[in-house]
Design a protein around this ligand. Structure first.
Ligand SMILES: *[C@@H]1O[C@H](CO)[C@@H](O)[C@H](O)[C@H]1NC(C)=O
Ligand SMILES: *[C@@H]1O[C@H](CO)[C@@H](O)[C@H](O)[C@H]1NC(C)=O
Ligand SMILES: *[C@@H]1O[C@H](CO)[C@@H](O)[C@H](O)[C@H]1NC(C)=O
Ligand SMILES: *[C@@H]1O[C@H](CO)[C@@H](O)[C@H](O)[C@H]1NC(C)=O
Length: 429
């Protein structure tokens, strides 16, 4: 239902692609046997961040290049440099892999935008920390724009599976302004490529689901059963006392280690949408994000929501909000994210493994209704991955349309019951 409404309204899907990662090499100067380049990695994805352990890029040299030195990043393996006597390169691999330095790297290793342990925020959340950069000095490379060839087969190994990179194309040379803004410098040569994300490539099963409830019906619609898979990969424990499982899991060095708390849905993340109250001119929603993964703290998370009333968001507690207006003509979509040092991080599964917000939305008199599931979201994305919704015919329904749709709601016994049940659900599920 939601999908049909969506695709008839616009010719393209604003969620996919939601931007890409752009990698750019600016050759700054020529050296006796090669060049020095500044490499930048820009996360242009609106709401998909790159979390710890961070980005990791690889490529295949087009000729017999070596890396003499690097500032602001490092290679994971020097490779075989045995044929060099005396002056040894930093890396002789045909297909080097480069990773970021950790915060607190030595002063002489620093480069603008470096040294964040590979972590990049999404563009929508904070453009100033969505970019990484390093400097690389390349030998045996050719010493002019006629003889130098961009590397091939770029790939983004970190942040885990899901990214596919294009070939590097030579583009017009980057122009940068001097710090005083009075003169321009031009790179000798620039090439650039993009890496795009596909949820299907990243993982066969979903990572997030949605449950629903409302003040007007004690029914709670849970996440669909087994929606994130009920196979061995999703085996679970009820609490961390079962530490044998925990240890066998943590020794595996994965990008996203997972040990789930047992649930019906088997998802690491659940988003619960509760229609909490109906006032004369406003209505209220509570959104709770719960982490069921004992091995993961979600840092710098994002939640993208599509709901027809979001453009009338009047008030919000505990989260930050940004409308995704660049997807005009769509104006019913926005991104929520955490407040620094308050809830930028969702703790691992357990007593503290959830965060929530309350929204107050101003009613649009022509469209507002509690009927037909209108008050529930059309789509939700956690960290850029779509959360699976329950089937529309299982949504909490409106028992008495006339009463609930028109007036401020007095506390009725069913409201109290529903609130109680939601609390029970959130504590025990
Ligand atoms: C290569 O460099 C020369 C001299 O700097 C310049 O005139 C020419 O346009 C450059 N060619 C390319 C493809 O960048
Ligand atoms: C999550 O963060 C908390 C607080 O920083 C820390 O105590 C805990 O060990 C972390 N858990 C995991 C699984 O990394
Ligand atoms: C929004 O929240 C603030 C702080 O809680 C409150 O002072 C203000 O009255 C609220 N506005 C509306 C329209 O509810
Ligand atoms: C949002 O978009 C709809 C449909 O494109 C349009 O009718 C409406 O006026 C827009 N609202 C705002 C606040 O821009």
């Amino acid at each position: 239902m939601a999908l049909a409404i969506f695709s008839s309204a616009v010719a393209y899907d604003p969620f996919d692609p939601s931007g890409s990662i752009n990698i750019k090499w600016d050759v700054l100067s020529w050296t006796p046997d090669g060049y020095v380049a500044a490499v930048s990695i820009s996360n242009n994805q609106m709401y998909r961040q790159i979390t710890s352990p961070g980005w990791s890029i690889g490529w295949t040299w087009a000729k017999k290049e070596v890396i003499w030195s690097m500032v602001g990043a490092k290679v994971t393996d020097q490779g075989d440099c045995s044929k060099f006597k005396g002056n040894t390169p930093l890396c002789c691999e045909k297909t080097p892999t480069v990773i970021d330095l950790l915060p607190g790297a030595p002063y002489n290793q620093l480069f603008t935008n470096c040294c964040k342990g590979g972590v990049l925020t999404s563009l929508g959340q904070d453009p100033s920390t969505a970019v990484a950069a390093f400097q690389i000095s390349v030998g045996f490379a050719g010493t002019s724009n006629k003889t130098v060839k961009p590397p091939k087969k770029f790939c983004l190994l970190g942040p885990g599976p899901g990214y596919t990179c294009s070939a590097a194309n030579i583009v017009p040379s980057s122009v940068s302004l001097s710090p005083d803004g009075r003169s321009k410098t031009r790179a000798m040569m620039t090439w650039s490529l993009t890496c795009t994300y596909s949820q299907l490539l990243a993982s066969k099963s979903p990572k997030c689901c949605v449950s629903l409830s409302s003040f007007y019906n004690p029914l709670i619609t849970p996440c669909p059963s087994c929606v994130c898979g009920c196979n061995d990969a999703n085996n679970c424990v009820n609490d961390l006392k079962d530490s044998s499982l925990l240890q066998s899991k943590t020794t595996a060095k994965e990008n996203a280690p997972q040990l789930l708390q047992c649930t019906e849905h088997k998802c690491p993340i659940r988003v619960h949408w509760h229609v909490k109250a109906n006032y004369r001119e406003y209505w209220r929603v509570k959104i709770t994000i719960t982490n069921f993964n004992f091995l993961m703290n979600y840092t710098q998370w994002t939640l993208v929501v599509q709901h027809p009333n979001l453009n009338k968001l009047a008030n919000i507690s505990s989260f930050l909000y940004k409308p995704l207006i660049q997807y005009s003509p769509i104006n019913d979509t926005g991104m929520f994210y955490g407040i620094k040092s308050l809830n930028e991080l969702i703790r691992e599964a357990g007593r503290k493994g959830y965060i929530y917000t309350e929204l107050i939305l101003k009613k649009d008199k022509d469209t507002f209704t509690l009927d037909q599931g209108w008050a529930f979201p059309l789509r939700l994305y956690f960290n850029g991955d779509e959360c699976v919704m329950p089937l529309p015919d299982l949504y909490p329904y409106l028992p008495n349309s006339a009463f609930y749709n028109s007036y401020p709601v007095s506390i009725s016994s069913s409201t109290v019951l529903a609130t109680f049940l939601v609390l029970v659900l959130l504590v025990f599920m």
